[in-house]
Ligand binder design. Sequence first.
Ligand SMILES: C[S@@+](CC[C@H](N)C(=O)[O-])C[C@H]1O[C@@H](n2cnc3c(N)ncnc32)[C@H](O)[C@@H]1O
Length: 302
Amino acid sequence: MAKSWLLTDPRGLTCQIIHGNSLEALHAFNNQFDLIMTSPPYADARKKHYDSIKPNDYAEWFCRFHEAFWTALKFNGSLAINIKDKVIQGVRHRYVWQTIESLSTLGWCCIDDYIWHKKTSMPGYWPTRLRDSWEYIFHLAKNTKPFMDQNAVKIPISPITQRRVKNIKDGSNSHAASTTGSGFSRNLSAWKNKTSVLPTNVLYLSTESHNRNHPAVYPVSLPTFFIKLLSNPGDKILDPFGGSGSTAIAAIQLGRHCVLIDNQYEYCLVAKGRLIKECGMKETRKSKVIIANNFAVNGITI
Ligand SMILES: C[S@@+](CC[C@H](N)C(=O)[O-])C[C@H]1O[C@@H](n2cnc3c(N)ncnc32)[C@H](O)[C@@H]1O
């Protein structure tokens, strides 16, 4: 038996939290989501908190969700996966690469790889490596042209660059030498009369500093970036490994609807508490008991 909660905010946005295995719960959601934004359990992690998957089994484990994710996602939608590999007996295990390779064999298009550079990474000493300060976000889609709103994430051109491009004459092909001394140069004339540019695919974000009653919280700024880039206001976002609800917080703050699924009851409660406290949401109907595979969607039990 599992439960679901429906929360709404004054703008009419909804967040449904489902306690259950997303493999089963997603049967109720066909072609509904514009974006699946998630951070699945990492291999061999958090044994005390939730089921741990062995690195060698990870690709096979993750691909069990392929059909459920594919069916739940709209044609132009995206799947963004935040994940990190790990070192085993002194060697980096490649379960993350294996997983992405397997997903591409199953039909997912690997649109791009993003790096989340953690501005505040853990201190420490390792004899054969340095402090690890980044994680992956893989952007996958059902075809090669998923929806993307680049304007939503553009950043202002720095004042230094603005001063440099101001002096470029029209039609000139002015190049600036790379500051790395590599010999490559950038054509700055492309930036003339522009006030903003695309960000790079390296995201510089701090890790979340306060305890969220969950051991693997990502900062709200991470899903915020991808929700802005890969969906429109009013769209519907899914986090099938919802945890403490960071994806939902970002989605509601950005005017999107959200569905969160987590198979740990206490994390569903943490997420619900955060959505009420941080987004001013209200529970609209009493917790609903769901039996086996009969999941309720928007009040209709199917
Ligand atoms: C890495 S954590 C997600 C953390 C989340 N991004 C946050 O910021 O709080 C992964 C979550 O997936 C949940 N989980 C693991 N297997 C699941 C499954 N089959 N269905 C639903 N949730 C699952 C775990 O309980 C855990 O909360």
